[in-house]
Write a protein that binds this ligand. Structure first.
Ligand code: 5GP
Ligand code: ZN
Length: 141
């Protein structure tokens, strides 16, 4: 799904208005239309990729390079104390737009914006067994 079917591709093409914060030939940052907090910004690659694993590594590297200064500027603009860098992958993880994107969500201590994550504990030997499963499935070329 790209081009006319993808809302973020249409934003890149200027077919849907957006409030742009930064762009170069590979990435675009713009304000989220329904911000979780003031300044909530989305950073996207200009080449369509549905998910992180479909995104060209050099484009991801560009996104990571931009996130540092962009996060700092967003935090400064709203005088926040930090930010969450969030990338929802898959419906189960809350991904609604299938064009890879990083959320930059400004945060303040005790703002209650994102609920605290529940934490579990591994039973004895559970962490080692889990790591072994992951290692077996890991394909890095
Ligand atoms: P996801 O749930 O896929 O990680 O996040 C998609 C984000 O895109 C949401 O936070 C949503 O508010 C934002 N969004 C969806 N459509 C538009 C749009 O047309 N313009 C802008 N600026 N943001 C959008
Ligand atoms: Zn797209």
């Amino acid at each position: 799904m790209a081009g006319q079917d993808c809302i973020f591709c249409r934003i890149i093409a200027g077919q849907i208005p957006s409030v742009r914060v930064f762009e170069n030939d590979r990435v675009l940052a713009f304000l989220d239309i329904r911000p979780i907090s003031d300044g909530h910004t989305l950073l996207i690659p200009k080449i369509h990729a549905g998910s992180l694993s479909e995104c060209d590594v050099s484009v991801l590297a560009e996104m990571i390079g931009v996130v540092g200064p962009l996060g700092k500027a967003v935090v400064g603009a709203v005088q926040a104390e930090g930010y969450n860098l969030l990338c929802n992958n898959g419906r189960a993880a809350g991904q609604l737009v299938d064009h890879v994107h990083f959320h930059i969500i400004p945060r303040r201590c005790d703002d209650g914006v994102l609920a605290r994550w529940p934490h579990k504990e591994y039973p004895a030997g559970g962490a080692e067994a889990m790591a072994e499963k992951i290692r077996r499935l890991l394909a890095i070329s």
